[in-house]
Each structure stands twice: as structure tokens, then as C-alpha cells.
Design a protein around this ligand. Structure first.
Ligand code: F1P
Length: 345
């Protein structure tokens, strides 16, 4: 229990991560990191994959705990298995951890609920301290999980010397700006409410993103499904041409994360493909963007940030949009039908 103290502040250039900090050297030497999680937490793990690979150059696999638990996975003592769970009680994630432990892997947890089962069965971990999730659908737990994963990736990168001290400090400094930048995103509530009003009666929606914005697209789609019961799919933008493009017509809202960065031009051409088929584009762009603005039906601007941190900002307007759409459709946003806060069976 003691080793599960999570701290999200960065002091003296070192990242404080409670119990995980004591395992950073071991994680740095691990052959492989395997994330196990479900639902929104699985999407956070996917962001973690991009961060760990990009910053710390360590091989990562991301597994649905609900599948992993029924397989006979090839893992051993050189592997680190990291369970991510808001509740810390998800039965599939606990079962996946049980397999990992039996095969000798080191297990870590990232949980929100203090004293939860996952925090008790893992070797070490970090709490997200996101506060109680009032609603069933995870929202702030997701951004808190991604924050812990960012801090972990930075710590491991430092241990493995895969990034320079100045790169490390730049990202850390930028991370400390994220709360202010989230507040700026929230100032656009009226615009987001207006966009929600326009698309509240859609039957389907598509969410697209590249790189670490792909899991953001998945999470945007999941939030819309979970609380407003609109069918929505998240895809890597480059996969659109391999199937989902067939769905696009003038009735189809397509949400695209089109922020500045390495994939920007590629995403611009995806937007062109959607517009050529008369789809409606709602784009999340970096403040000051002009190129996407000229093509999209609606844009939501987010402040500029380090590319690795974009998920922390880009997720917020999509969560807010799902909230407004759900309220407009008369849905109970806190207690969606058929969903439980902790899936313990
Ligand atoms: C996983 C999860 C949530 C989802 C819903 C059902 O929970 O899929 O992401 O919003 O509450 O459970 P957890 O393992 O993160 O607690």
C-alpha cells in the first residue's frame, strides 16, 4: 500500500511517481512493457504506447485485459505488466494481472481509487488522484492516467538516456502549463455547445486521428457512444481509406484531431477526402490554424503544446461535446443505461 503513492508534481527536474519511482531502473531494463486495461483506460494505455516508444524507446504492447486473461500469453520475468484502471476493481484487469504474476512478470498499477484491489495486488504503482468520478463514464480519470504515463515515459527516458536533459525539461515545463491550457479549452464551452446542437440528431459519427491522437479519436467515439447512445467509431485517419470511407456522405459528422505536428499535412489530406464526399468536418486544431479552418465546417482551437502532450488537451472538447449532446438528447449523463462504474464480473 505504501509503495502506491502517486505524485504528479515535478520537482528539481525529477519526476515524482511514488512507488513507481523505485522501479524505474527495472522498467528501463525491461525487455518489454505490456499494458492491460479495459475501456477508457485501454485508450490511455494506447497513448502510453506512443509516449513510451517515442520518448523512452522501449517496446510496448497494449492488451485488452478482457482478451489477455483468456489467452496463454508469452511473458516472463523480463517483462513489466502495467494495469491501468480508474476503479482498480475491474475483474478482467485483475484476472490479467493474475496471469502476469503467475508467469513471473513485475506488475505495476495506475489506479484512481485509493486502496482498490489493483493497488493491493501489484508490486508498485501510482494513484492518479483525479478525485471521485461522479459519472459512470471515465473523463478526468483518462487525462490523469495519461499524465502519469507521460511522467513515467519521461522518467524511463531519463534512465535510458534516450532524450537530452533540455528535451526532458522542455516537456516537463510544458506539462506544468497544461492545467492553464485546459482552462482555455473550457472557455470554448459555448462554441462546443453550439456544435453539439448542430449534430445532436446524428445517427453515426466518425472520429479520426493519427499518432497519439488516434487513441483520442477512440476515446471521443467511446464517450459519445457511452453517454448519448449515438453510434460512433474511432479510426486511425490513415485507415479511413481501407473501409470507413464508404460510410461518408452529407449526413456523417467526422471529428478530426488536426493539430500542428508531424502528421498535420497527412491529416489535411484526410480532411480533403472527407470533404470530397460531402462529409461534415469538425476539426480540433491548434490555435491560429488557417489551413484546416478554410476546409472544415467547424473548428475548435486548442492552445499550442508539445506534440506528446496533445492528447491531454484534444480530449477535453470531445468529452464536453459528448456531454452536451447527451443532455440535449435527454440522456442521463451520470448513469448511462447498461453501464456500471466498476465491472467486477
Ligand atoms: C473500465 C471501464 C470504463 C468505462 C465504464 C466501464 O473501468 O471500461 O472505462 O467508462 O465505467 O469500465 P476501469 O478499469 O478504468 O475502472
Amino acid at each position: 500500500q505504501d509503495c502506491f503513492r502517486g505524485r504528479l508534481n515535478a520537482k528539481d527536474g525529477w519526476v515524482q511517481l511514488g512507488g513507481i519511482k523505485d522501479h524505474i531502473e527495472k522498467i528501463g531494463k525491461a525487455k518489454r512493457i505490456i499494458f492491460v486495461a479495459c475501456g477508457t483506460s485501454w485508450h490511455a494505455a494506447l497513448v502510453g504506447e506512443y509516449l513510451f516508444e517515442d520518448l523512452a524507446r522501449i517496446p510496448v504492447e497494449v492488451e485488452y485485459a478482457s482478451e489477455f486473461r483468456y489467452r496463454n500469453p508469452i511473458i516472463g520475468e523480463d517483462d513489466i505488466v502495467i494495469a491501468i484502471s480508474q476503479s482498480g476493481e475491474t475483474a478482467d484487469t485483475l484476472a490479467a494481472l493474475d496471469i502476469a504474476k503467475k508467469k513471473g512478470a513485475t506488475t505495476l498499477g495506475i489506479c484512481n481509487v485509493v486502496g482498490s484491489s489493483i493497488s493491493r495486488v501489484t508490486d508498485a504503482g501510482s494513484y492518479t488522484h483525479a478525485g471521485p468520478e461522479i459519472g459512470v463514464a471515465s473523463t478526468k480519470a483518462f487525462t490523469a492516467q495519461v499524465t502519469v504515463l507521460t511522467l513515467m515515459a519521461l522518467s524511463i527516458a531519463k534512465e535510458r538516456a534516450t532524450m537530452s536533459e533540455s528535451q526532458f525539461r522542455t516537456i516537463l515545463t510544458e506539462l506544468e502549463q497544461i492545467p492553464n491550457k485546459v482552462s482555455k479549452v473550457l472557455e470554448q464551452n459555448d462554441l462546443i455547445e453550439h456544435i453539439s446542437d448542430v449534430y445532436q440528431n446524428a445517427n453515426n459519427a466518425l472520429y479520426l486521428g493519427r499518432g497519439s491522437s488516434f487513441p483520442v479519436a477512440l476515446e471521443g467515439a467511446l464517450k459519445l457512444k457511452e453517454i448519448s447512445y449515438i453510434h460512433a467509431e474511432g479510426y486511425p485517419a490513415a485507415e479511413m481509406k481501407h473501409g470507413p470511407i464508404a460510410l461518408i456522405d452529407e449526413e456523417m459528422p467526422v471529428f478530426v484531431i488536426a493539430t500542428q505536428g508531424t502528421s498535420y499535412e497527412k491529416v489535411v489530406s484526410n480532411i480533403q477526402e472527407v470533404k470530397a464526399r460531402k462529409g461534415k468536418i469538425i476539426a480540433i486544431v491548434t490555435e491560429g490554424d488557417t489551413q484546416v479552418k478554410a476546409m472544415a465546417d467547424h473548428v475548435i482551437e486548442i492552445p499550442d503544446t508539445d506534440e506528446n502532450l496533445v492528447p491531454l488537451l484534444a480530449t477535453i472538447p470531445l468529452q464536453l461535446l459528448s456531454y452536451h449532446v447527451a443532455v440535449m438528447r435527454g440522456c442521463n449523463v451520470d448513469q448511462p443505461r447498461n453501464l456500471a462504474k466498476s465491472v467486477t464480473v
